[in-house]
Design a protein. Structure first.
Length: 122
């Protein structure tokens, strides 16, 4: 994450936050491109990796045509990821812009972290 005192909201920052979310979910990290041509495409691809991992249990992932996804599609994909992972939707709290999607991704990472801390092995 960005160590600056001022938060950075950009397509690259969204992509990095999405990688952080992915790394929190998987023990064996899937291989990703280190320098994607499009941060939006790479972000959707990561969402699809997460959803594909659960595809036997839930609906298949979002398929895109060969165009660059819009911020609305990224936001919708985040809603789907949250619904599959957490069983809820917080999409009304987050605007359909870069900042909103960054904050939404942070929310998912923090929610997963807090859920893990509450689990106890009996």
């Amino acid at each position: 994450m960005n160590m600056s005192l001022i938060a950075s909201y950009s397509p690259e920052a969204l992509w990095k936050r999405t990688i952080f979310l992915l790394n929190n979910l998987f023990q064996q990290k899937p291989e990703l491109k280190t320098s994607p041509k499009s941060y939006f495409v790479a972000t959707i691809e990561i969402h699809n990796i997460i959803l594909k991992d659960l595809s036997e249990v839930f609906e298949s992932s979002t398929q895109l045509d060969n165009t660059i996804p819009t911020i609305d599609q990224i936001h919708l994909s985040l809603c789907h990821v949250e619904h599959v992972l957490l069983g809820k939707k917080s999409n009304e709290k987050y605007k359909k812009d870069i900042r909103g999607c960054c904050l939404y991704t942070d929310h998912l990472s923090q929610s997963l972290y807090s859920y893990n801390r509450k689990c106890h092995i009996l």
